[in-house]
Design a protein around this ligand. Structure first.
Ligand SMILES: Cc1ncc(COP(=O)(O)O)c(C=O)c1O
Length: 478
C-alpha cells in the first residue's frame, strides 16, 4: 500500500468497495502499514470469496418500470432511505461514545470570550493552546473598532455575489493589502478558507489531470481533488525524493499536473521545503499551489510566510493560497498570484462567482489585521520567541514533538487515543487547554495533543504549561 501511495482516505474507499464485493470482509488489517496485495486477497477470503459487484454504483439507471415495480418488496435497503439509518452514522456514534465516555467530551466546549493566550470556560479561566489566534489580533481594540465601523456603514452582509451587487471598497482594499503583503500582483478573497481550496483545485484541474500532494494535506485539498475529477497521488510527508519520482513516472501521462503543498503543516508543525518543490515544479512543467493557512503571519521575518522565509521569487509559485481565520483574525480564504490569473478567477471561479462576497465585518477585521501585522512587526518576533521556547522546553522534558520546527505548532505525540485523552483531561483539570487529535485526522497510533503557541503567551505560562504537560504524560503511563 505504501508503494502504491495509498493514504487513509483511499484505504477507507477500498474498505467500502471490498466489503461490497466480499461480504464479511474484516477491514482492521487494511490499515496496517506494509500490507501487501497478496495479504489483502487472503483477508478478503481468497479469489473465490470475491463476487462480482452486485450493484455498480455508477451504472446507467434501470428502465423506469423495473426501478419502480408496482408490486413486491422495495428494491432498496431501509438504511439507504434515511440519513439516520446510515451505517456510518451508527459507527460514528460508537466512536463518539468511546471518546466522550467518562469525564466529558473534549469537543464543542463553549468559550465565553476572546480566545488568545487565555480563555474562560464554564466561568473558569484557562491557559489556552487551542486557538490559532497566533498574533493575538482577534479581540485587538483596533480590529474591533474597524469591525464596528464596517457594520455601522455596510451592515452585516453584502447580500450579493461580488460580481453583481456585492462589491464594497473594504474588500477591494483588503485584496490590495494582501497582494502587497505577499508581494504578488493581485489577490482574490473568498468567504471560507476550506471552500477556497475546494473550488480552486476543482477549477484548475479536471479529468486527465493529476494532483500530487503531500500525504498530510488538509481535507480541503483532498475535497478539491475529488471535485475536480483529476487523479491524485499523495507523496510521503515532505519527501521531495518521492515527489520527484512521482513526477518522473507520471508527468507525461497527464495533461496538467498540480503540486499541492502547505507552508506549515498543522498536525506536525513543520515547514515545506519550498525551494526543492519549486525546482521540481520547473523541471517537470507542473503547477504549484502553496496553502499558507498556518504559515501566513507566522513564518518569515515579517510574517509573510514561507515565500519570505525561503526568499523565493513569488512568481515561481502559481497560486499562493491562505486563510483569513488564523493570524488575520477573520474568516475567509485568499488566492494570490499573477494579475492575469486572478482576473480570470474573479470572473470564472465557481466558489467565488456563485457565492456571496465576504461580510463587511470579516473584510474589515482582516484588513485591520494586515495593517497591524505590518505596523507592529514585534508580534511576529514574539511569536517566534514563544514557539522556540515551548519547543525547547518540551524537548528538554523528553516529550515527543516529532518534526515540529520553525512554526507555532507543537504536537506532543502520545500514541493511542485513550492515552491522549487522559493527558488532555489531566491538563484541562489543571487549567490548560490543548486539543487532542485522533485518527482519522492523523494516522492510527499517532494520536497527539496539539499546542498552538501565540505571541500573547507569557514566558512563565509557557514554562508552567510544559511542566504540567510533562507531569501528565508521565502520569498517563505508556
Ligand atoms: C492547511 C489548511 N488549509 C485550509 C484550511 C481551511 O481554512 P478555514 O478554517 O479558514 O476554512 C485549514 C484550516 O484549518 C488548514 O489548516
Amino acid at each position: 500500500m505504501e508503494d502504491l501511495g495509498f493514504d487513509s482516505l483511499m484505504l477507507q474507499e477500498l474498505e467500502v468497495n471490498i466489503g461490497r464485493r466480499a461480504p464479511g470482509f474484516r477491514a482492521e488489517e487494511l490499515f496496517t502499514p506494509g500490507l501487501t496485495i497478496g495479504r489483502l486477497i487472503a483477508l478478503a477470503g481468497g479469489d473465490d470469496a470475491v463476487t462480482p459487484d452486485p450493484a455498480p454504483v455508477h451504472s446507467a439507471p434501470a428502465p423506469l418500470e423495473e426501478s419502480f415495480p408496482l408490486a413486491g418488496p422495495p428494491r432498496w435497503g431501509a438504511d439507504t432511505a434515511s440519513v439516520d439509518a446510515f451505517p456510518e452514522v451508527t459507527r460514528f456514534e460508537e466512536r463518539l461514545e468511546e471518546v466522550t465516555r467518562g469525564a466529558g467530551s473534549p469537543y464543542f466546549r463553549v468559550h465565553e470570550g476572546t480566545v488568545s493566550d487565555t480563555t474562560v470556560i464554564g466561568g473558569r479561566p484557562y491557559l489556552s493552546f487551542g486557538s490559532y489566534n497566533y498574533l493575538g489580533i482577534s479581540g485587538h481594540p483596533a480590529v474591533n473598532e474597524a469591525v464596528h465601523e464596517a457594520v455601522d456603514r455596510y451592515g452585516t452582509s453584502v447580500s450579493a455575489s461580488r460580481v453583481l451587487s456585492g462589491e464594497r471598497d473594504l474588500t477591494v482594499r483588503l485584496e490590495r493589502a494582501l497582494a502587497g503583503f505577499l508581494g504578488v500582483e493581485d489577490c482574490l478573497t473568498l468567504v471560507s478558507g476550506h471552500a477556497t481550496n475546494v473550488t480552486a483545485i476543482g477549477h484548475l484541474v479536471g479529468p486527465g489531470d493529476l494532483v500530487v500532494h503531500d500525504a498530510l494535506a488538509h481535507d480541503s485539498i483532498l475535497q478539491g481533488c475529488a471535485l475536480s475529477g483529476a487523479a491524485r497521488r499523495p507523496f510521503a510527508h515532505n519527501d521531495t525524493g518521492r515527489l520527484e519520482q512521482m513526477l518522473r513516472l507520471n508527468r507525461s501521462r497527464f495533461r496538467r499536473v498540480l503540486i499541492a503543498v502547505e507552508g506549515a503543516y498543522s498536525m506536525d508543525g513543520d515547514l515545506v521545503d519550498l525551494p526543492a518543490v519549486i525546482e521540481l515544479k520547473k523541471r517537470y512543467g507542473a503547477l504549484l499551489m502553496v496553502d499558507e493557512a498556518h504559515s501566513i503571519g507566522t513564518v518569515g521575518e515579517r510574517g509573510r510566510g514561507v515565500g519570505e522565509f525561503y526568499g523565493v521569487d513569488r512568481s515561481d509559485v502559481d497560486l499562493w493560497m491562505g486563510t483569513l481565520s488564523k493570524a488575520f483574525a477573520g474568516c475567509g480564504g485568499y488566492l494570490g498570484g499573477s494579475a492575469r490569473m486572478v482576473r480570470w478567477l474573479r470572473h470564472t471561479l465557481p466558489g467565488f462567482v456563485y457565492s456571496v462576497g465576504m461580510t463587511p465585518p470579516n473584510a474589515a477585521a482582516a484588513l485591520a489585521a494586515t495593517e497591524l501585522i505590518v505596523a507592529e512587526p514585534d508580534r511576529v518576533r514574539a511569536l517566534r520567541r514563544n514557539s522556540e521556547l515551548f519547543l525547547g522546553l518540551a524537548a528538554s522534558a523528553g516529550l515527543a514533538t516529532g518534526s515540529s520546527a520553525g512554526t507555532p505548532i507543537v504536537p506532543c505525540l502520545l500514541g493511542d487515543s485513550a492515552r491522549t485523552l487522559r493527558v488532555a483531561r489531566g491538563l484541562f483539570d489543571r487549567g490548560v487547554v490543548a486539543d487532542p487529535i485522533f485518527h482519522p485526522a492523523v494516522e492510527e497510533g499517532l494520536s497527539r495533543l496539539r499546542f498552538f503557541i501565540t505571541s500573547a503567551h507569557r514566558e512563565e505560562d509557557i514554562r508552567r504549561a510544559v511542566a504540567l504537560l510533562a507531569e501528565e504524560v508521565a502520569a498517563a503511563g505508556t
